[in-house]
Design a protein around this ligand. Structure first.
Ligand code: NAP
Ligand code: GDD
Length: 328
């Protein structure tokens, strides 16, 4: 039985990855951070809690990480832990850089010393591309990185340190450069879940307006369930390499609002207003990933369409607000 170690197992991706690896027969271990309300930390793990092993740890607490690597001796490490909110990274830049950059070197260097043959996956991000777009309107593995946020800058460091450890120490260390991916388990302050949740509340008469920031940025939005499958394929590819994971489609925030409100029988223009407090000091205007390499070498492709993703999120929140909550 292969052992997987997932940092940030109680996050959106960590919880779906744990379910996927359990289905593949893995022994799954993962870290959570101490929180004053422990119930908040495990709600996404409801389907698998009794089948996985969770431990308190923090990427910034080196001893906690080393102790677990020595105890578990994993075959595969998935570093999903991060301060993952781009706008909040402008508010807490130092914590973001500590976790998303220094945290990666803490973990990969501990792996080099304790489990040098481990297969290592780093959760890299399309936010690293920032303002760079190729002439055919895609970002791909060869696109120059030009980040526009403390989050993006820190992720570029994590990406580069993983490539450096691969070359310098011959480690099987890979980057998945994932474009935005969502689900009913997405944090509610990311734009898709914020829009869906508030649109459902408007539909049910519990709210009458929704305030957003920039509605004219474009994102390549996929489903987290599809993307965690790619993580496993990336780390198990014969060569340690870096792969883009994306749908190859892009939609504006405005189009996403239109799809969600229309599904609920509403017109977003009647309810959505701009509030400058949700604007960012620097915006990343456009993302569209070319995942041809992953599709060819890993035989991966997304199963969900953009509309199916948004409809599943709407159905989930309508159920929750009508008292029929279930973990999807
Ligand atoms: P998420 O839901 O925010 O999960 C992040 C996890 O990291 C949470 O469990 C969080 O714990 C934990 N964490 C935060 N700081 C930590 C620290 N110092 N030490 C240990 N754990 C820490 O994010 P996600 O959407 O699942 O994303 C997973 C990873 O993929 C992240 O690295 C993210 O940056 C990256 N990524 C995400 C996307 C996307 O669109 N979702 C795209 C590209 C890359 P708490 O809940 O206690 O804070
Ligand atoms: N969160 C948020 N809230 N975003 C808004 C809002 C709002 O009220 N109004 C407009 N937006 C716009 C943002 O300005 C951005 O252009 C877009 O919606 C998407 O914002 P988020 O959903 O917060 O995601 P993100 O693209 O900044 O970051 C996500 O994707 C990255 C990959 O590209 C995160 O998951 C990152 O962790 C991930 O690396």
């Amino acid at each position: 039985m292969k052992k997987a170690f997932i940092t940030g197992i109680n996050g959106q991706d960590g919880s779906y990855l744990a379910e996927h690896l359990l289905n593949l027969g893995y022994d799954v271990h993962g870290t959570i951070r101490r929180n004053s309300v422990p119930e908040n930390q495990s709600y996404r793990l409801g389907k698998v809690e009794s089948n996985i092993h969770t431990y308190y740890a923090d990427l910034l607490d080196q001893t906690s990480i080393e102790k677990l690597l020595m105890q578990i001796k994993p075959d595969e490490v998935y570093n999903l832990a991060a301060q993952s909110h781009v706008r909040i990274s402008f508010d807490i830049p130092q914590f973001t850089v500590q976790t998303n950059a220094i945290g990666v070197i803490n973990l990969i260097d501990a792996c080099r010393r304790i489990v040098p043959d481990v297969k290592f996956y780093q959760a890299s991000s399309s936010e690293m591309f920032g303002l760079s777009v190729e002439s055919d309107a895609f970002q791909r593995e060869s696109t120059i990185m030009n980040p526009t946020s403390p989050y993006g800058c820190a992720k570029v460091f994590g990406y580069n340190i993983v490539r450096h450890y691969r070359r310098a120490y011959n480690m099987h260390a890979c980057n998945g450069i994932l474009f935005n991916h969502e689900s009913p388990r997405r944090g509610s302050n990311f734009v898709t879940n914020k829009v869906v949740k508030e649109a459902c509340r408007i539909k049910l008469g519990l709210e009458d307006r929704l305030e957003l920031g920039n509605m004219d940025s474009y994102r390549d939005w996929g489903h987290s369930k599809d993307y965690v499958k790619a993580m496993h394929l990336i780390v198990n590819h014969s060569e340690a390499e870096d792969f883009i994971v994306s749908t190859m489609e892009t939609h504006s925030v405005r189009e996403m609002c239109d799809v969600v409100f229309k599904y609920l029988g509403l017109d977003y223009r009647d309810y959505v207003h701009q509030n400058p407090i949700f604007l960012r000091p620097e915006e990343l205007p456009y993302l569209r990933g070319d995942s041809s390499k992953a599709r060819k070498l890993l035989n991966w492709k997304p199963e969900y369409t953009f509309e199916q993703l948004m409809y599943e999120m709407c159905d989930h929140w309508m159920d929750v607000f009508q008292g029929k909550e279930s973990l999807r």
